[in-house]
Design a binder for this molecule. Structure first.
Ligand SMILES: [Zn+2]
Length: 457
């Protein structure tokens, strides 16, 4: 019996199908499914693995003490923080992001920093000629950094060179341009991207080299996105930000050697990306006088407290179905908060457009921002400003009750550091220490609406 050796793979999420379809049910992508040769065409092995004897494994106990991971610090504090305290040898880091967002700039700066710290560093570009990379390095003032450059896409040649050179740190820009000649499909396909990642990952583990893979987030589905290799690597970082904004956020979504959800904040300058040492100040920079619809949320990103401004605009709608639009916050969560406000507090939004924006290009995913979102919406709807010296946090449940959130002390301390005097927060929250902030404790959303905005109709 001839076995079928083709399959259909979604280039966005890697889901495998027997037949072609226009719509991927796993990730919801349209036109992202393409035919590909299956990796193994030889069929199942004749014998089971256990039939012939392997070597005995060395087993160890849980009680053995582990030496702390030897890490190399780049000196770019925000990058080291996101990596969990520096680069770990024999680790593979995927850096994903939209094309043109500044991944190559950041990694060139990282390459120069690690090379400066004494790590032998090689930058392999499959996108640009070596001359272009060199020009960028000179523009960034890094022309003198001891980084070796290569413009190559043939994975076999790259691995041979790396084997001979024995670097400590390698950047592959980008994984979608790499071509493994033992896989019969075009560069950028799911099979190629996976095979190249697998080769580079096992090489990194075997030789103790740290490897960074750059992956472009693609929109059209023709080229495999970084999501298809997230499971293979140790650390997944996404580089976020709007092209028009000068701020960029490096976010750890997976990290075997450090906390996930950690973020690093950078500012795009003429001389490359500069670290932002106090991001809270940055995200609040344009607040001086009270304005309705603007609320400061005391959040936690990774291990660090971060204050961000949440802005809402509630305006009469001319549409039969009013608009609900969000930037930097989940649209489904906005609908939920509006529904709770309607059902539990009697505040209606029929005939009103609701826009919500997290200032500064930041993206907030914590449920602890619920109360700040509700406060911003109510403040805009009623045209009543929330005092500028007040931060807000708390999770809203469907019953309208406020749930306590984690690390309340840290949130309040950060607010105090930045000159805030008051906070609106859930009443059940437990505080360990004294922050110097006057906390207005709220039981439920209806109580908050009444005490802050009076009778709302
Ligand atoms: Zn998919």
């Amino acid at each position: 019996m001839a076995r079928t050796t083709t399959q259909f793979v979604c280039s966005a999420c890697g889901a495998v199908y027997k037949k072609w379809a226009g719509h991927c049910e796993a990730c919801g992508g349209w036109n992202t499914i393409h035919e590909e040769a299956a990796l193994s065409a030889s069929g199942p092995a004749k014998k089971t693995l256990g039939a012939s004897r392997g070597k005995g494994m060395a087993l160890s106990s849980l009680a053995e003490t582990e030496a702390p991971l030897p890490r190399t610090v780049s000196g770019i504090g925000e990058l080291d923080r996101v990596l969990g305290g520096g680069l770990v040898p024999a680790s593979v880091v995927l850096v994903g992001g939209d094309p043109g967002i500044g991944k190559s700039t950041l990694l060139l700066q990282a390459a120069a920093a690690f090379a400066g710290a004494g790590v032998k560093t090689i930058y392999v570009s499959g996108e640009e000629a070596a001359g272009q990379v060199r020009m960028r390095a000179q523009r960034l003032g890094l022309g003198a950094a001891p980084v070796s450059l290569a413009a190559e896409t043939n994975l076999r040649d790259i691995l041979t060179t790396l084997d001979a050179e024995r670097p400590g740190f390698v950047i592959i820009d980008s994984i979608q341009t790499m071509w493994a000649d033992h896989v019969e499909s075009a560069p950028g396909s799911v099979s190629q991207v996976r095979a190249a990642s697998h080769e580079l990952t096992s090489f990194a583990k075997r030789r103790g080299i740290s490897v960074v893979l750059v992956g472009h987030v693609t929109k059209d589905g023709q080229i495999a996105g970084p999501r298809v290799i997230e499971h293979m690597v140790d650390t997944v970082l996404y580089f976020e930000g709007e092209r028009g904004h000068q701020y960029r956020i490096l976010r750890a979504v997976k990290n075997r050697f450090g906390p996930a959800d950690e973020i690093g904040v950078f500012e795009m300058t003429g001389a490359g990306l500069a670290e932002v040492l106090n991001p809270s100040e940055l995200f609040l920079s344009e607040r001086d006088r009270p304005a309705s619809g603007s609320v400061v949320f005391a959040g936690i990103e990774g291990t660090r407290p971060l204050l961000v401004e949440i802005q809402a605009l509630v305006a009469p709608s001319t549409l039969a179905t009013p608009r609900r639009q969000t930037v930097g916050w989940d649209g489904g969560r906005l609908s939920m908060i509006l529904a709770v406000l309607e059902a539990r507090c009697g505040v209606t939004f029929g005939g009103l457009d609701v826009y919500l924006n997290v200032a500064g290009g930041m993206r907030v995913s914590e449920p602890a921002a619920d109360l700040a979102v509700a406060a911003a919406i109510l403040s805009s709807r009623q045209d009543v400003p929330i005092p500028t010296d007040t931060v807000v946090f708390g999770e809203i449940s469907l019953s309208g009750a406020l749930r306590p959130v984690s690390q309340a002390d840290q949130r309040l301390k950060e607010a105090a550091k930045l000159g805030f005097a008051a906070a609106i927060a859930p009443s059940q929250m437990k505080l360990q220490g004294e922050s110097g902030i006057t906390v207005q404790r709220i039981d439920d959303l209806a109580g908050f609406v009444e005490t802050t905005f009076g009778a709302v109709e």
